[in-house]
Design a protein around this ligand. Sequence first.
Ligand SMILES: [Zn+2]
Length: 165
Amino acid sequence: MEKEKTKIYQKGEKVLNQKAREVPLDKIGEKKFQDIIKKLERVIFENDEALAAAAPQVGDPWRIFAVSEWALHPNEKKADFKNIVFINPKITKTSKETSLAPESCLSAPQYYGNVKRAQKVKVEAYDENGEKFRRGASGLLAQVIQHETDHLDGILFVDKLKSKS
Ligand SMILES: [Zn+2]
């Protein structure tokens, strides 16, 4: 029998509409949080089109998401890329320039449409080892980081659709 895929919570379920909690920094190494990170990586692995996943999507309302570095190389093979884990992420800067680009979401697979996002962001977060990092992102990666940060604030991209498909 084929192994069942990791459950992904769907639009309408409460966990997706609430503000996720900050992870206590001294607890990042604990099994509970490491298991959430593994679950997010599994979701990215199990769903061919998935670039990223946020903890509320797997039913854990904590401020954690993971993004595949595939987002930096969308024309290459996804399997070749690692994930970047963001814990307690904060977008510290957004560009004034925006772009309108199509998005989709594992928690709302029946929706597809254009969302206006900042073209560039700067973000601060902790990695899976509790090390603080800062990075800038543009293009697809910036878009994904904004989409995932929204998940941690209980916002789905469908709430922001400019045009229905
Ligand atoms: Zn999503």
